[in-house]
Design a protein around this ligand. Structure first.
Ligand code: ACO
Length: 409
């Protein structure tokens, strides 16, 4: 049996998407979700695997721009909607789609590929490294106190529907994108993702709402949240789920947390997918009682090592030679000299002796400054070949702001 890979024809989208839905368990998505992802499909960048007339594999690559350390916005392919039919699994179809896709991304001149994974285990073999992490937590209001900075009383709060608050929320989001590595500039249509709230996914909670934070008539923050009422014999036992929260300054952000932590008849605040350095940790009296948990967020793959390492800046001067292993994209293999600082960088091929040896996956993990090369070295995944090179590169690659992407794709 041979399968053929070809670019997705709009007329075949329903069949193609049906394969994806089935691979994810066969539960039909809400019509608005399906419609959104159809509208977002970039047909010339999406492929299907076909066994005769049967679609047996799906994969796509959105056109994104990623914020990297230093604040530049770099073209990146957002790998998405990857699936293989259960009848055809473990015959190499995923591998063939990843091969085709990375060749395509290279030919489009995009130095990076990104994804958010259903299972992280799948993608390391193709050179993707976990570059951002997201924290989840639950604030138990009966045990944890919130202390907010002065000035929160000067922030006015207004509850709206998601739709009504969308334009103002998006304006806040857009202002924050350049300030945090890992964030993606919103392309037209993507704002609709924030409106998805199918009743079937609410598990007894209210429809999502928006609260806008305003100062002097200007919107300076917003949160998307839902309330789940509950009662125990002893009284109210409801919870608030925080799905998005962003403030243009510390006081605006704290005013939103204070509001969400004081909703009547609720006792818990469930925090979803926040940056690992998020401010709430410094507002609560004890982090440990909030039971923080971590999960991988964005995976990064350097498609062109030289161009990718030149596209970001470095928070301290660096001059190191990397010996890069990349069996899946052999054009990256070999030695690269990276010279850079906070103003810019060059990364060129060299025959000089290597200072650090690693695979492209580790470069992806470290790329946004959230995973240190030193911590990867501690796990045996980076080898130091010149004394001092690990410290030099680890400091330079770091970011004062933890990289984060608030949503999947
Ligand atoms: C970015 C995103 O869209 S994430 C969504 C990914 N999709 C899903 O999770 C949907 C459900 N799963 C699937 O559709 C399929 O099982 C896929 C796409 C994960 C794998 O497709 P396949 O065609 O079976 O993969 P393929 O045969 O190319 O496997 C390549 C290698 O990866 C390994 N592999 C594949 N899937 C997994 C997995 N879930 N966990 C661990 N290893 C895996 C295989 O064992 C194989 O290893 P080998 O080369 O050492 O033998």
């Amino acid at each position: 049996m041979t399968t053929e890979l070809r670019v997705l024809d709009p007329l075949e989208w329903d069949r193609w998407y049906g394969v994806l839905e089935l691979a994810f368990g066969g539960v039909a998505e809400a019509p608005e979700e399906r419609e959104l992802y159809r509208d977002l499909t970039e047909f010339d960048r999406f492929i299907g695997a076909w066994d005769g007339g049967l679609c047996v594999g799906t994969a796509g690559a959105f056109t994104f721009r990623l914020t990297v350390p230093g604040g530049a916005s770099v073209p990146a392919a957002g790998v998405t909607m990857v699936s293989v039919a259960g009848t055809h699994r473990r015959r190499g179809i995923l591998t063939s789609m990843m091969r085709r896709q990375l060749d395509d991304v290279r030919s489009w001149g995009e130095p990076l590929a990104l994804l958010t994974a259903s299972e992280p285990e799948i993608y390391g073999r193709f050179g993707y490294g976990a570059a951002t992490y997201a924290a989840h937590a639950t604030i138990d209001r009966s045990r944890v106190r919130l202390t907010v900075p002065e000035g929160t009383d000067g922030v006015a709060l207004r509850v709206t529907s998601l739709e009504e608050g969308l334009k103002a929320a998006e304006a806040v989001y857009a202002k924050l994108v350049p300030g945090r590595p890992g964030m993606l500039a919103r392309r037209p249509g993507w704002e609709r993702q924030a409106l998805l709230d199918p009743p079937g996914d609410r598990a007894g909670a209210s429809p999502r709402m928006c609260v806008l934070a305003e100062r002097d008539g200007e919107v300076v923050g917003y949160a998307h949240y839902a309330i789940k009422p509950d009662w125990s014999f002893a009284g109210p036992d409801g919870s608030v789920s925080v799905h998005q929260l962003a403030g243009l300054d510390a006081v605006a952000e704290a005013a939103l947390w204070r509001f969400l932590c004081s909703v009547d008849l609720t006792v818990k605040v469930k925090i979803h997918s926040r940056p690992v350095d998020d401010a709430w940790q410094h507002l609560v009296s004890e982090v440990r009682r909030c039971e923080p948990t971590l999960r991988e967020g964005l995976f990064v793959r350097l498609v062109e090592v030289g161009a990718a390492l030149e596209a970001r800046t470095y928070q301290a001067p660096v001059d190191v030679v990397f010996e890069v292993a990349d069996a899946f994209c052999p054009w990256n293999e070999g030695r690269w000299r990276l010279t850079g600082d906070a103003k810019g960088a060059t990364c060129v091929r060299t025959s000089d002796a290597a200072d650090l040896a690693l695979s492209v996956r580790e470069l992806g993990a470290a790329y946004l400054g959230g995973t240190s090369l030193a911590s990867l070295a501690a796990a045996g995944r980076v080898r130091e070949l010149r004394d001092g090179a690990l410290l030099e590169a680890s400091v330079a690659f770091g970011s004062p702001v933890a990289p984060w992407l608030p949503h999947g794709f």
